[in-house]
Design a protein around this ligand. Structure first.
Ligand code: 13P
Length: 254
C-alpha cells in the first residue's frame, strides 16, 4: 500500500551535537504525536550511527544522503551501502539534484547506487526533477521520464516497488519558489503514468512519490492534499523541530 512520508534532508548542516539535539527533539515530539505519515531524517554520514542509536527508528526513520557506487575497496573518502546499513539507517537519498549538478552523478552512476542500496536492504529515496530552463521550454515531463528510465527501469517490478521517488524541481529548491499544487499534481500524475506503463497499475498505485522544493509548514497541506503527492522531501524546513513538525502536520496530526 502507498505510504505517506515526510522526509527531511539536512544537506551539509549541523554539527554532530546539533544534529543529535534535533533528532532527539523530534523523537520526543513524535512519541506523543499521532501522525498520518512516516517520518524520516536524512543526516550527514557521520551523524547516522549516533542518531540511529538515539531515536526510535520505527517512528523516526534515518537516511543517508548518498552512498558509494562500489561495494568496498580502495575508494578513499567514500561510504558504502553496507556501512550505511550497519549504522541502523534504513534509507538513502540518491540522485539529489545537488549531487547530479555539483558531483557529476550521471544516470548510469545512480543506477548502480540504487541497485547496491536495494541489494543491501536500504530504501532509496530517488530524486528527479528539471531545471528552470527545461521547465520554461516545457520539457519537464521528458526530463523526469528520462531520469526514471535511465536509472530505474532495469529493476524488477518487485525491486521498483521498494523505492520511494521524490520529484524536486531544481528551480524550487532553496529558492522559496514552490511548485503550485497544480504543477505538483500534474507532474506527479505524469510520473505515476510512466511507472504504470512499465510496471502496471498496482506498482504505480503503490509507489510513494514525494514533492520537494521550498515545501514548508505553510504550503505542505495544500501540496499533500493532491491525490498523487504522497508527502515531501524537505530541506530548509527540516532544520528546526517546530518547522519540520509543521510540515508533518500537513497530513494532520493528533
Ligand atoms: P528546500 O526545502 O530547502 O527547498 O530543499 C529541498 C530539497 O532539496 C530537499 O532534498
Amino acid at each position: 500500500m502507498r505510504k505517506n512520508i515526510v522526509a527531511g534532508n539536512w544537506k551539509m548542516n549541523k554539527t554532530l551535537q546539533e544534529g543529535l539535539a534535533l533528532a532527539t527533539e523530534l523523537n520526543d515530539l513524535l512519541a506523543t504525536t499521532k501522525t498520518n505519515c512516516d517520518v524520516v531524517i536524512g543526516t550527514p554520514f557521520i551523524h547516522l550511527a549516533s542518531v540511529a542509536a538515539a531515536v526510535d527508528t520505527t517512528k523516526l526513520g534515518v537516511a543517508a544522503q548518498n552512498c558509494a557506487d562500489h561495494v568496498s575497496g580502495a575508494y578513499t573518502g567514500e561510504v558504502s551501502v553496507g556501512m550505511v546499513k550497519s549504522t541502523g539507517a534504513q534509507y538513502v537519498i540518491l540522485g539529489h539534484s545537488e549531487r547530479r549538478a555539483y558531483y557529476g552523478e550521471t544516470s548510469a552512476i545512480l543506477k548502480t547506487k540504487v541497485e547496491l542500496a536495494l541489494a543491501e536492504g536500504l530504501t532509496p529515496i530517488f530524486c528527479i526533477g528539471e531545471v528552470l530552463a527545461e521547465r520554461e521550454a516545457g520539457k519537464q515531463f521528458e526530463v523526469v521520464e528520462t531520469q526514471i528510465k535511465e536509472s530505474l527501469f532495469d529493476l524488477s517490478a518487485a525491486d521498483f516497488g521498494k523505492l520511494v521517488l521524490a520529484y524536486e524541481p531544481v528551480w524550487a529548491i532553496g529558492t522559496g519558489k514552490t511548485a503550485s499544487a497544480e504543477q505538483a499534481q500534474e507532474i506527479h500524475a505524469y510520473i505515476r503514468g510512466v511507472i504504470k506503463a512499465k510496471y502496471g497499475a498496482e506498482v504505480a498505485d503503490n509507489c510513494t512519490i514525494l514533492y520537494g522544493g521550498s515545501c514548508n509548514a505553510k504550503n505542505a497541506k495544500e501540496l499533500f492534499a493532491n491525490p498523487d503527492v504522497d508527502g515531501g522531501l524537505i530541506g530548509g524546513a527540516s532544520l528546526k523541530a517546530a518547522d519540520f513538525m509543521g510540515v508533518i502536520a500537513g497530513f494532520d496530526v493528533a
